[in-house]
Design a protein around this ligand. Sequence first.
Ligand code: MTE
Ligand code: MO
Length: 322
Amino acid sequence: MNTLGKAPSSSEITPEPLYLRRREFLHTTFLFTATSVGTGGSLLWLMGGNRASEPESSPVSVSTPSLTTAGRSSYSTNEPSTSYRDITTYNNFYEFTLGKDVFKHVEAFTTEPWKIEITGLCENPMTVDARELLEEFGMEERIYRFRCVEAWAMVVPWSGYPFRKLIEKAKPKSEAKFIRMLTASKPEQMPGMRQAPHYPWPYFEGLRMDEAMNTLTFMATGIYGKALPKQHGAPLRLVVPWKYGYKSIKSIVKIEFIDRQPKTFWEALQPEEYPFESNVDPKVPHPRWSQATHRLIDTGSRERTLYLNGYADWVGDMYRRG
Ligand SMILES: Nc1nc2c(c(=O)[nH]1)N[C@H]1C(S)=C(S)[C@@H](COP(=O)(O)O)O[C@H]1N2
Ligand SMILES: [Mo]
């Protein structure tokens, strides 16, 4: 039995009283827009820009998120970001706990200094410090929708650099077809590892080379302009916004170029539920629940899940079948 495989509870599936929720949501959005990083994009949303796409007579209160790019970096969604508090108090990071209150269990975790080993089929294998990489590559902001396989979602203003920059620095050889990544393994600082000794630690994930090189694939080092909180995968974690959350591996210590598709942590545990590719797709239910909609963790409102989490224009070509 593992917690990632837990179906959303019925209270999560039951729609919230939408009208009240929406008013609350608009209020929060307005405050946020007025005081921080709000731009024309959010204002458009406030003015009802994406309501036209809501189904007129849907029995379930779902809306369809708009992923137009007005007013933001061309890769960012124009939806309102989930609050810092919500983003940092509802997490999955099994090395610390199987619950969502990861922030209560990360105190002992040390993330500085932090070395990353880059190895395997590349011309430039190296061990580098996370801080040096950030200084070299600089930072940009990407506001991405984040969708967990458990049918919840949030919108996160990440900062960091495209993963591609790191790959190019390592100069992969032509035989390199996949990338395998590993999370730190510090059982003395990570109580969840001790509580779940049968899991195949350390956490490991992988991507195809073209997926890793895609412009959207991002190495996050911060949120809301601050350094990444520990529960969020400090000091650096991957973000692959069109795939289910578990592909976005946290607190990375090793990156390896390989020629064969690697196994992943969740695939090793339950291959039929968590396959390697794991693209967000509302038409492909999890074996134990639907993936057609998701719940926003802050407002509780339910939205329709979009193919590739709404990023098909950027990444759809990689999966189009002939
Ligand atoms: N090392 C590691 N990375 C991980 C996980 C984990 O347990 N350990 N959980 C994954 C899952 S299931 C999700 S949904 C996201 C959650 O990211 P967040 O807590 O930053 O929202 O991290 C992913 N990366
Ligand atoms: Mo997840």
